[in-house]
Design a protein around this ligand. Structure first.
Ligand code: ZN
Length: 212
């Protein structure tokens, strides 16, 4: 993908995160890995509905330093960079604070993946990273330590991180994660649930290809 196309896609998906109510205020950040050395990321302090292709910041993947762009790179860039370093097949990442996933993460629960067939196939395992102060290298290391076999992670008392082979894929996983969290929340209110059995989940896992 050309840098120009990556900038367009990043800006339009950042605006979509805002339009769909998948984060709040200035929070959340999205990135695309351009190549082995360069990552484009949303700037700090800009609401996602105002992100444009021109305002993105280019950072150096090996050391995290800004390479180009007028704004300050997102404070959560360390999480993005640590995940790209850990997973060579990941080219797009979204971090945001969607209501239902964050509600579960603030209650000490995670998003169950045995409530619907789609979540069993796409989410598989959603680890809950214990609370660590946002913007720190420690948080980045804790998230990177969990993504060896999953593309969706909850951050306790904070939000979520979704990864993808493309940014579009990471964005779609964010929708699936939040959708599943909402169902889990509704089932808690209902006071009853009828999850898939371990055998049914295993069958789904065998029938569909995992994240690779
Ligand atoms: Zn955050």
């Amino acid at each position: 993908m050309s840098e120009e196309a990556a900038r367009q896609e990043l800006a339009s998906l950042a605006q979509l995160v805002a339009a769909k109510g998948l984060t709040d205020g200035n929070s959340g950040n999205l990135s695309i890995r351009l190549n082995e050395e360069q990552v484009l990321i949303t700037p700090a302090g800009v609401p996602k509905f105002l992100v444009t292709p021109e305002c993105l910041v280019k950072i150096h993947l090996p050391d995290g330093n800004p390479l180009a762009g007028q704004g300050k790179p997102s404070s959560e860039r360390h999480v993005h960079l640590a995940c790209y370093r850990r997973r060579s097949n990941i080219w797009g990442i979204v971090h945001s604070h969607p209501v239902y996933s964050t509600t579960l993460a603030a209650s000490g629960m995670t998003v169950p993946t045995n409530l619907t067939a789609e979540s069993a196939i796409l989410l598989r395992r959603v680890p809950l990273v214990p609370y660590i102060r946002p913007g720190t290298l420690e948080l980045a290391e804790a998230v990177a330590a969990e993504v060896h076999d999953t593309n969706a992670v909850l951050l306790a008392n904070h939000g979520v991180v979704c990864l993808g082979k493309t940014l579009k894929e990471a964005y779609c996983l964010l929708e699936t994660l939040e959708f599943t969290a909402k169902i889990a929340f509704n089932l808690q209110l209902l006071g009853r649930q009828n999850p898939l059995s371990a055998r049914q989940v295993q069958e789904l896992a065998g029938a569909y290809q995992f994240i690779g």
